[in-house]
Write a protein that binds this ligand. Structure first.
Ligand SMILES: Nc1ncnc2c1ncn2[C@@H]1O[C@H](COP(=O)(O)OP(=O)(O)OP(=O)(O)O)[C@@H](O)[C@H]1O
Ligand SMILES: [Mg+2]
Length: 243
């Protein structure tokens, strides 16, 4: 089967800093992948390279068999891969629906954008909260609202960069259940960055671990959590599970 995402030898440099070094992996369609690594490991940089915000200095990226490295972000979004932004909240002083409409209206006339936005909110179980102002949403609703906003580009692959960072473990479990349902129903491939180890190990079918820009482990959650290099990387950062 053609991988939905294939990354081959990707290197990204910022001046003298090698943020990603010769990273290679493949993702199967419909898989749920957890991407872990200490602060500064290169997780967000990898997401940015995948969606065209950083151009790799070396290597190749394919989406559904088609080379996409070097393409502009809007082209890659149209081909089916999009990411949420770490630390970028929904627009305040606006309803949840209008937030999602804003994303949908990028490629659709307003009427169709509103219909699609409602549909995206239904898909994450937020249909009833459509007319609520962002400031009045709970943290789990905000997290799922960000997912809904990303769904407005009709992605095949959705990259989630710490959307659950503000949640308690119980709230995370509920959001994780919704993400799984979304994958099961829509067949969307999910790549999830989250520092909370219990949540990421529970949701993911496979884990990729980055450290100092290098892919140090790949395997099932059980395999990766006892990988000596992963254990060492996290022992250097004892607060990783709550960062
Ligand atoms: N635009 C940039 N210019 C220069 N250096 C950058 C830039 N973006 C990231 N870096 C550096 O690249 C490295 C990887 O950063 P990145 O944000 O990808 O890490 P991360 O794994 O997402 O970390 P965190 O868990 O804290 O979000 C870090 O050393 C960071 O300082
Ligand atoms: Mg990051």
């Amino acid at each position: 089967m053609t991988p939905i995402v294939e990354v081959a030898g990707v290197t990204v440099r910022f001046g003298g800093l090698v943020a990603l070094s010769d990273v290679s992996f493949a993702v199967r369609p419909g898989e749920i992948i957890g991407l872990i690594g200490p602060n500064g490991a290169g997780k967000t940089t990898l997401f940015s390279a995948l969606v065209g915000l950083n151009r790799p200095d070396a290597g190749a990226i394919a989406l559904d068999g088609q080379r996409i490295d070097g393409l502009r972000p809007h082209r890659i979004a149209r081909l089916g891969m999009t990411k949420t932004f770490q630390n970028t909240a929904l627009f305040p002083a606006m309803t949840l629906l209008d937030n999602v409409v804003t994303a949908a209206a990028v490629r659709l006339p307003l009427g169709a954008a509103r219909a699609l936005a409602r549909d995206c909110l239904e898909k994450v179980g937020l249909g009833a909260a459509a007319d609520t102002d962002i400031d009045d949403l709970t943290f789990p609703q905000k997290a799922l609202g960000e997912v809904a906003r990303s769904l407005a580009t009709a992605p095949k692959v959705l990259l989630l960069d710490e959307v659950m960072a503000a949640l308690t473990p119980n709230e995370m479990d509920a959001v994780v259940a919704t993400l799984r349902e979304l994958r099961d129903r829509e067949g969307i491939t999910l790549v999830i960055v989250e520092h909370h180890m219990r949540a990421i190990m529970r949701i993911s079918e496979r884990i990729l671990a980055l450290n100092f820009g290098q892919l140090i482990a790949s395997g099932t959650p059980a395999e990766v959590s006892r990988d000596p290099q992963v254990v060492t990387a996290y022992l250097g950062q004892p607060d990783a599970s709550h960062a």
